[in-house]
Design a binder for this molecule. Structure first.
Ligand code: IPE
Ligand code: IPE
Ligand code: MG
Ligand code: MG
Ligand code: MG
Length: 292
């Protein structure tokens, strides 16, 4: 990995962990067991790709890290909630996550569901509360992006298609991937743009293209990893659950080819940013070779 990227990853991960300690561990709450379940699901070694995308995008556009903190934390909390529910017996029935027992294995299904619910609302609360650095109209825009990407037009909609998919075609699978995974990854880039107050519409459009291609490639890579690697999640679960994935429908070689094409599309989309695109391009390259 290039030194600039590895440095940014370290800085963002430390920053994210510190923010989560503040939001989740130092919280005065009447429901300590729920708080414990939330912290367990969030502070357990995730890669923090979504916060990284918020910071990398925002900083490429000249924003200070302080101005990106709330959006970066909020999108990761939303993602963590989606993983808790994704692992439930009624969904993927996954016993491990990030190398540890899944949230419901430790706290039971009922508390795990509630931990997901409460993480989702905490994400919105964090954006609403960051009044000192971000204007009201910016905060509204952030809330709109995050709620769209998480709900029926985004992650939850995609998850619904994912669990009901019994006659899948490659086109249908790609659509559901854009929703279940692409939406929150694209939102991360959009949150970075809004936090940085980016006004240039053509740069916005190019960054959105970048994020859409990257988001789709990310889920394709996740499919390959499910089949081929030890990731801290149960290996081979997609096959065990009779899931139609791009990889099962098109084969591993075609999946790798598609990932490469999407990656080139992502790289190409942000050449307009010139040298400012470098860190995002390095990030996209790193996601290609990730093993987790
Ligand atoms: C896993 O996401 C779920 C998908 C949307 C593919 P990540 O691979 O980002 O998981 P963590 O957060 O690093 O554990
Ligand atoms: C993405 O799909 C999950 C979410 C949108 C939460 P997967 O079910 O493939 O994710 P993993 O492999 O369990 O992390
Ligand atoms: Mg799933
Ligand atoms: Mg899953
Ligand atoms: Mg998977």
């Amino acid at each position: 990995m290039k030194p600039a990227l590895s440095n940014l990853i370290n800085v963002c991960q430390t920053r994210t962990e510190n923010l989560f300690t503040r939001y989740l561990k130092e919280l005065e709450t009447p429901a300590p067991k729920l708080q414990e379940a939330m912290a367990y699901a969030v502070m357990n070694g995730g890669k923090r790709i979504r916060p990284l995308l918020v910071y990398a995008t925002g900083m490429a556009l000249g924003a200070e890290m302080e101005h990106l903190d709330s959006a970066a934390s909020a999108v990761e909390l939303m993602h963590s909630y989606s993983l808790i529910h994704d692992d439930l017996p009624s969904m993927d029935n996954a016993d491990t996550r990030r190398g540890k027992p899944s949230c419901h294995k430790v706290y039971g299904e009922a508390l795990a569901i509630l931990a997901g619910d409460a993480l989702q609302t905490l994400a919105f609360q964090i954006i609403i509360a960051q009044s000192d650095q971000i204007s009201t109209s910016q905060r509204l825009a952030l809330l709109e992006i995050l709620s769209n990407a998480s709900g029926i037009m985004g992650m939850a909609g995609g998850q619904a298609l994912d669990i009901s998919a019994d006659d899948n075609t490659i086109e249908k699978v790609l659509t559901l991937y854009r929703l279940k995974t692409g939406a929150l990854l694209s939102a991360s880039v959009k949150l970075g743009m809004v936090s940085a107050n980016l006004a240039d519409k053509s740069i916005q459009a190019q960054l959105e293209k970048f994020a859409a291609a990257l988001g789709l490639a990310f889920q394709l890579q996740d499919d390959l990893l499910d089949a081929e690697s030890a990731t801290g999640k149960p290996q081979g679960l997609d096959i065990a659950n009779n899931k139609y994935t791009y990889a099962t429908l098109a084969g591993a070689d075609q999946t790798r080819k598609k990932i490469q094409e999407l990656n080139s599309e992502a790289m190409e989309a942000i050449t307009v940013l010139g040298s400012k695109a470098m860190i995002l391009q390095e990030l996209a390259e790193y996601l290609l070779v990730r093993k987790q």
